[in-house]
Design a binder for this molecule. Sequence first.
Ligand code: CUA
Length: 154
Amino acid sequence: MQVELYERIWMWAAGVLIVAFLGAILLTTATQAVEPPSHVETLDPTTLATHPEFGTPAVARRPDGSVVVTVVASMFDFGPDIEVPAHAPVTFRLTSADVVHGFQIVGSNANAMAVPGYVSQFTVTFDAPGEHTIACNEYCGLLHHAMVGKVIVK
Ligand code: CUA
């Protein structure tokens, strides 16, 4: 089969790009723990106020030293500032009371969606004390740009 020179060049260029993109995904997965969430847990968003966990969002410390943070995102608020310790695994459990929100902890690889009816969960360890902004990165309404929160690492 005869393939034109330029067509061969474009085929090879497309192949190189595919390999480069797959390589970038595998590299960040292996070196920076950037991976899609694997957790599926549902709840009824209409009964959040009386939910045993999400009715009273809080920061809880487990006996092994790890920390669990419950967050209910809603237009246009993530709740009070979140205080967590440095050098300990912190598991965030998120849901939304209304529409889809983003939950990105700036300066870390923590980035998840808060979806009504679902619990998003991820664990992150902060290496040093400091303050991190939580940004909503899913357009959620007129005040989306003002929807920010704060994680204080002590
Ligand atoms: Cu919440 Cu954008």
